[in-house]
Design a protein around this ligand. Structure first.
Ligand code: FMN
Length: 217
C-alpha cells in the first residue's frame, strides 16, 4: 500500500466453452475471452468441456462417489476467483452436458460455486446469439450462490462473426466485448478488497430451519 492506494490484487479466471464439438463457435469465443482476460492483466485457466464430462447424474451413482469430471471442475473453480462460460443455446436453454456437471458439482461439499464470480457468454448462428440459454444458465448458478455478472455477451450469427486472428470482425462489437470483459475483471478484483461480502449458502432460503432438509454452508 502506498499513499493510501491499495495495490491491485491478482485475479485468476477459469474459462471454458460448454460444447464438446470440435469446431465449436463457443470454443472460439472462450479462446478470445481468455486472450482478452490476459490482456486485462489477469491469469487464465483455459479448460475444455470434455475435461468436465460426467455420466448422467443419479443419486445411486452419487452413493458410489463423484465422477472425475465433477471433481476436476470443483478443483479448477476453487483455484480461480472467477469463471467464464461460453455456452451454446440448445432449445432456448443450456446444453444438458453443462447442467449435468453443474448438478454433480453442486453435490460436493463445500460446493464451489458459492461466492464465485461468473461471466456468461454465448455464440450461435442465430440472430439472438444464444442469449436465451444464458438466462436459463443464470438460474442454477445464482441459486448456488455465484455472483453472475449482470452483462451477458451473446455473439449473433457467430458462424460469420470471427476474423482470421480469432477476434470479432466487427470492430464496434469487438470493442464492446473487450469492455465487457474488462468491467467484469475489475469487479472481481474489487471484490477481493472486501472479504466481508462472504456469505453462507442456503439451499432453501426462507424455509424454516430443519435438519432433515437443510443443506446449509
Ligand atoms: C439440440 C440443439 C438445439 C439447438 N437449439 C438452439 C437454440 O435454441 N437457439 C440457437 O440459437 N441455436 C440452437 N442450436 C444451434 C446451436 O446454436 C449451434 O449448433 C451452435 O453452433 C452450437 O454451439 P457450438 O458451435 O459451440 O457447438 C441448437 C443446436 C442443437 C444441436
Amino acid at each position: 500500500m502506498t499513499d493510501g492506494v491499495q495495490q491491485r490484487q491478482p485475479v485468476r479466471a477459469l474459462v471454458f466453452a460448454a460444447s464438446l464439438r470440435t469446431s465449436s463457435l463457443n470454443t472460439r469465443l472462450a479462446e478470445l475471452a481468455a486472450r482478452t482476460i490476459v490482456a486485462c492483466g489477469a491469469s487464465v485457466d483455459l479448460a475444455t468441456m470434455a475435461e468436465f464430462d460426467c455420466p448422467s447424474y443419479s443419486g445411486d451413482a452419487e452413493a458410489e462417489g463423484f465422477p472425475a469430471g465433477a471433481e476436476k471442475l470443483r478443483d479448477r473453480i476453487n483455484a480461480s476467483d472467477a469463471f467464464v462460460i461460453s455456452s451454446p443455446e440448445y432449445n432456448a436453454s443450456m446444453p444438458g452436458v453443462l447442467k449435468n456437471v453443474i448438478d454433480w458439482t453442486s453435490r460436493i461439499r463445500p460446493q464451489p460455486f458459492n461466492e464465485r464470480h461468473g461471466l456468461l457468454m454465448s455464440a450461435s448462428p442465430s440472430m439472438a446469439g444464444g442469449n436465451r440459454g444464458l438466462w436459463a444458465l443464470r438460474i442454477p448458478l445464482e441459486h448456488l450462490g455465484s455472483r453472475v455478472y449482470p452483462g451477458m455477451f451473446s455473439l449473433a450469427q457467430a458462424h460469420g462473426a470471427f476474423a482470421s486472428d480469432g477476434s470479432i470482425a466487427d470492430a464496434a462489437l469487438q470493442e464492446r466485448f473487450e469492455h465487457s470483459i474488462a468491467a467484469f475483471i475489475d469487479q472481481v478484483e474489487a471484490s477481493k478488497h472486501y472479504p466481508c461480502v462472504k456469505k453462507r449458502w442456503f439451499e432453501y432460503l426462507g424455509e424454516r430451519p430443519d435438519p432433515v432438509i437443510d443443506r446449509v454452508e
